[in-house]
Ligand binder design. Structure first.
Ligand code: ATP
Length: 273
């Protein structure tokens, strides 16, 4: 009875959680695209205030996991419980308030090319807070651009920006609504080492300055070890290990070991010699 299922889903209200307590729980998630099975029985818990890094090879379903959390993809079975709400039962309309609290920084920044930087950052404010006055919007945009070290760039167009600047504008847009949870899809892919470091610093500062919870999906082990409080490894259509950085560094789980060993040079430059 799909009609009843929709009506049963309560509207979403976010309550400030106690740091360290369970905020999001992916329970027995299953997902396939046609014959391609992405998750068979995926379990993962995200704790309030942490940065959880999700590692995994190409095509293992890291991005799909983030998309399921904000309703851009739908799991076939299982639940995604966020502060007691089962998001898998939410309609598209019921996801709108969820996206005010859970924002995604997309892999390619995904800026609107025809809008200037200021309008890009203001976009989610107009969507979620239509009651904000133009002065309030201007002030919030300026605050977020300053936070990502791009003060005064409101009038620039995306075409005028470097890749790293675009990522930072994408971040300013994602945090414009003061979300409690930030989803980072490959935040450092394709960036030079200096910009990579500044993005890593930014992920850490979102936690310390805003108290946000982050889920970071990445291939980049240096970045993973510099931002992750905990790490989770996606392989074989499930999470094969979750643990602290140290637990991962010394992991004996075969899929984790193989993933880390293949990237040992990246993680420990001395290992090459
Ligand atoms: N909309 C879609 N339609 C069909 N298949 C899809 C769709 N989105 C993702 N997939 C498939 O699901 C699998 C997981 O995709 P996903 O983008 O989550 O991988 P990923 O781990 O993020 O990979 P990468 O690290 O290369 O970005 C892939 O095989 C992908 O081709």
């Amino acid at each position: 009875m799909p009609f009843l299922r929709r009506r049963e889903a309560p509207s979403f209200e976010f309550h400030r959680p106690t740091p360290g307590t369970r905020l999001i729980h992916f329970e027995h998630l299953r997902k396939a695209f046609g014959t391609k099975r992405v998750y068979d029985d995926l379990e993962l818990e995200v704790r309030a205030g942490e940065t959880l890094v999700v590692l995994g090879g190409s095509g293992t379903g890291k991005s799909v996991l983030l998309k399921c959390l904000i309703g851009l993809q739908r799991p076939d079975d299982g639940r995604i419980v966020f502060q007691g709400h089962d998001l898998t039962r939410f309609s598209e309309e019921e996801f709108i308030p969820v996206r005010r609290h859970v924002a995604m920084v997309f892999q390619g920044a995904a800026l609107f090319d025809s809008l200037c930087v200021g309008e890009n950052v203001a976009y989610p404010l107009r969507e979620h807070f239509p009651e904000m006055t133009p002065d309030e919007v201007r002030a919030r945009v300026a605050e977020k651009l300053a936070l990502v070290n791009l003060p005064g760039t409101e009038q620039l167009m995306p075409a005028d920006l470097s890749g790293g600047m675009k990522k930072r504008v994408g971040l300013a847009r994602a945090i414009a609504t003061n979300p409690e949870v930030i989803l980072w899809d490959e935040p450092t892919t394709g960036l030079d080492p200096v910009t990579t470091q500044s993005i890593n610093a930014m992920i850490n500062s979102m936690k310390t300055k805003l108290g946000s919870t982050s889920i970071v999906v990445t291939h980049d082990l240096v970045s993973a070890f510099s931002v992750g409080d905990r790490m989770a490894m996606l392989a074989e259509r499930r999470i094969v290990q979750v643990g602290t950085r140290e637990e991962f560094r010394h992991s004996q789980v075969p899929e984790v070991r193989a993933f880390l060993d293949a990237r040992r040079v990246e993680l420990e430059p001395g290992a090459a010699s």
